[in-house]
Design a protein around this ligand. Structure first.
Ligand code: GDP
Length: 458
């Protein structure tokens, strides 16, 4: 799902993350590309405008442009804005558990039988979704469920729901010829109470277009049965039409949420992306297939992750901001630029690398470092054990030695080796690594990352 949009945004991000420094112009170019990508994905124009403006505002901020990994920061900002647009995150606790997440999506606290009213255009997937939700409620939440079809115009629709009820192994309200939709709804609620059902699904009739007759009917049923949930089912493949439909239904019915179907075939994602922003209604479920198990609890974070496909970067930036002390990082970046990167700084960096999951993680985060990481891997890689040993060596030095590695003579090296439980060769190796890093940083200071990559032949 959403492949096209994901690919397009991926290209924008490649351009951003492939470079070291970012200018305001770079960000503006990227925002233009994101805007086009969203419009092509059929996202509603006002939603696109808000989104791009919000991201741009944050992305041109000092904190981003001056950070050591501005491109990644922008990816994270886009990710968060996307989650926001889709309706925010569940609490951490809930997000852990798919089942808990689903349970929270439907309000099932009221006294049974609870009515869930299903509304939507014909062919949107209303009946199928009723079957899917019934199965889920019975299997996962152990609810006793009754399905009732109110589609008096289409006997086939009633039979279809009957078949789905059988498949899902839930109750089905027998069809009585000649009853009005409102009569059936009343009978369903009565049967629900009598039969000890927890939940009664009222699958209303669909029409191919919205008209007053349809709206009046659904409105009357809602008034009569006072549903705890009134869900609008919309076909995501119809893009902006689905959004328009949701808007129209929302004006007449007290909708509590949305179900977007045929997400499995939705390469663009426009409806899913604009739905929440345009209607203000939460998306509760996604239909992901024709079968009864093709239902997913909606989770904004997960969907954003799927669309962007940048999970690695997002979690690394999150991890980094969790562990890296911004002030310290800025100070050491400044020192690097001036070529004053001493062993004490190196020890701090080694400590951070460990917290962040080793060298690999950090290398990935630093722009342009992917290549170096590959070279390191080819040379046997850098492991956490080594990071610890290197740190131990530095901690066995006096502060004076750390500030001024030039002091290091044979006797000092021997003492340090003994203190850290390492050999003199290993102390030498560390000193050499530090020298190389300082040289590298001086070059970076002069020509920036581009200068460095040139030097490295990259
Ligand atoms: P209704 O008229 O709104 O009740 O729509 P139906 O439930 O009869 O669905 C119409 C068609 O869409 C059926 O062929 C369903 O199998 C199909 N359908 C419903 N939901 C999904 C979905 O999430 N994915 C896919 N691929 N097909 C779906």
């Amino acid at each position: 799902m959403f492949e096209t949009l994901g690919d397009k945004l991926g290209n924008v991000f490649d351009n951003l993350t492939g470079r070291g420094a970012l200018s305001e112009k770079d960000v503006n170019t990227a925002m233009r590309e994101i805007r086009v990508a969203l419009l092509e994905a059929d996202v509603a124009l006002p939603v696109v405008k808000d989104f791009v403006e919000k991201v741009r505002r944050e992305a041109v901020g000092e904190k981003v442009i001056k950070s050591i990994k501005p491109g990644q920061m922008v990816v994270k900002i886009v990710n968060d804005a996307l989650i926001d647009m889709l309706g925010g995150t569940l609490s951490d606790e809930d997000a852990d558990k798919e089942e808990a997440a689903k349970a929270n999506l439907l309000n099932l606290q009221a006294r049974p039988p609870i009515a869930i009213l299903m509304a939507g255009l014909q062919g949107s997937g209303k009946t199928t979704t009723s079957g899917k939700l019934a199965l889920y409620l019975r299997k996962s939440l152990k609810k006793k469920v009754l399905l009732a079809s109110l589609d008096t115009n289409r006997p086939a629709a009633m039979e279809q729901l009957g078949m789905l009820a059988k498949q899902a192994d839930v109750g089905f309200l027998p069809i009585v010829q000649g009853q009005s939709a409102l009569d059936i709804a009343k009978r369903a609620m009565k049967e629900g109470a009598k039969g000890g059902y927890d939940v009664v699904f009222l699958d209303t009739a669909g029409r191919t277009t919205i008209n007053d007759e349809l709206m009046d009917e659904v409105e009357a049923i809602a008034k009569e049965t006072k549903p705890t949930e009134t869900l609008l089912v919309a076909d995501s493949l119809t893009g902006q039409d689905a959004v328009e439909t949701a808007k129209r239904f929302n004006e007449r019915l007290p909708l509590t949420g949305l179900v977007l179907t045929r997400i499995d075939g939705d390469g663009r994602g426009g409806a899913a992306l604009s739905m929440r922003a345009v209607t203000g209604l939460p998306i509760k479920f996604l239909g992901t297939g024709e079968k009864l198990d093709g239902l997913e609890a909606f989770d904004a974070e997960r969907l954003a992750g799927r669309i962007l496909g940048q999970g690695d970067i997002v979690s690394l930036v999150e991890k980094a901001s969790e562990f890296i002390n911004e002030k310290e990082a800025a100070a050491s970046a400044e020192k690097m630029r001036k070529g004053q990167f001493d062993l004490d700084d190196l020890a701090k960096q080694l400590g951070q690398m460990q917290k962040m999951g080793g060298m690999g993680g950090l290398m990935k985060m630093l722009p342009g470092m992917g290549k170096m990481k590959k070279q390191l891997d080819a040379a046997g890689g850098v492991d956490d054990q080594l990071l610890k040993q290197q740190q131990a060596i530095i901690y066995s030095m006096t502060m004076e030695e750390r500030r001024n590695p030039g002091l290091m003579k044979a006797s000092r090296k021997k003492r340090i080796a003994a203190g850290s439980g390492m050999s003199v060769q290993e102390v030498n190796k560390l000193l050499k690594m530090h020298r190389q890093m300082s040289d590298m940083m001086k070059k970076m200071g002069k020509g920036g990352m581009a200068g460095l990559m040139q030097q490295m032949g990259g």
